[in-house]
Design a protein around this ligand. Structure first.
Ligand code: SF4
Ligand code: SF4
Length: 227
């Protein structure tokens, strides 16, 4: 049986505020792990995060377990195993580092904000004026700082409707019809960690992208009929 040096333990408790009796330990189960951090000496596990909502603020609390593992051979071996596994997977990329071709879930549920520069780039791409591009393809809603001028229109009024520039709906193989000129918001959208990915689509596939988006040109009219 191990003997415990109570004087040392009390000094330790006074210095660190740690409990010195098993009954004082927080022995609730370690559940809902959020984060694990390992350094040369300690392993720290954050868990059991709770958010309490007040009328004007949220209070977030979490529990933490810290263990000085570097003189515990079982733990040292376990951490060494994790390091070995990390080394063997060093060059593995997450599966969703690229979007599966044809996926465009994010071109439906989101409204990309556009700046003046975005609108001008799309206008140049479509060979239209800035004003016409704004009128046809942008819901005008300037941001408070004036940077964004609005967001891209959808084909309908529903929030889940597709972006007006999304192509390939008939085949289900979607692509952006103004890819080279797409807004900065769309360029910034990263597939890494994306929860909206259409998992029914194969990632390794080749298919040709169809024609680019073409604005409906207003034809000349004769006797009220479009030519
Ligand atoms: S501009 Fe292109 S990338 Fe951006 S939401 Fe529309 S279709 Fe998607
Ligand atoms: S994987 Fe995600 S980011 Fe990529 S196209 Fe699909 S929904 Fe958009």
């Amino acid at each position: 049986m191990d003997t415990i040096d109570l004087i040392k333990l009390r000094k330790y408790a006074a210095r660190t505020g740690q409990p010195t009796h098993p009954e004082l330990l927080d022995a609730r189960p370690l559940e809902h792990v959020n984060r694990i951090e390992i350094d040369e000496e300690h392993i720290t596990i954050e868990f059991d995060e709770k958010t309490t909502r007040y009328y004007n603020a949220n209070e977030i609390t979490r529990r933490e377990w810290v263990y000085k593992y570097n003189d515990d051979p079982v733990f040292v071996n376990a951490v060494a195993r994790v390091i070995e596994l990390a080394r063997s997977h060093l060059r593995d990329m997450p599966e969703n580092v690229a979007c599966p071709p044809g996926c465009a879930q994010c071109c439906s549920g989101y409204e990309p904000f556009v700046s003046r520069a975005d609108v001008q780039r799309i206008a140049d791409h479509l060979r239209m004026s800035y004003e016409e591009t704004m009128r046809r393809y942008v819901v005008e809603r300037p941001s408070a700082d004036g940077y964004h001028v609005g967001w891209l229109r959808k084909v309908g009024d529903d929030l889940g409707d597709q972006c007006v520039f999304l192509m390939g709906s008939r085949s289900g193989r979607h692509y952006c019809g103004v890819y080279e000129a797409r807004p900065h918001d769309c360029r910034d959208f990263t597939p890494i960690g994306c929860d909206d990915v259409d998992t029914s689509l194969p990632r390794k596939t080749t298919w040709k992208i169809g024609p680019a988006f073409q604005p409906k040109r207003r034809g000349r009219r004769r006797n009220g009929k479009r030519l």
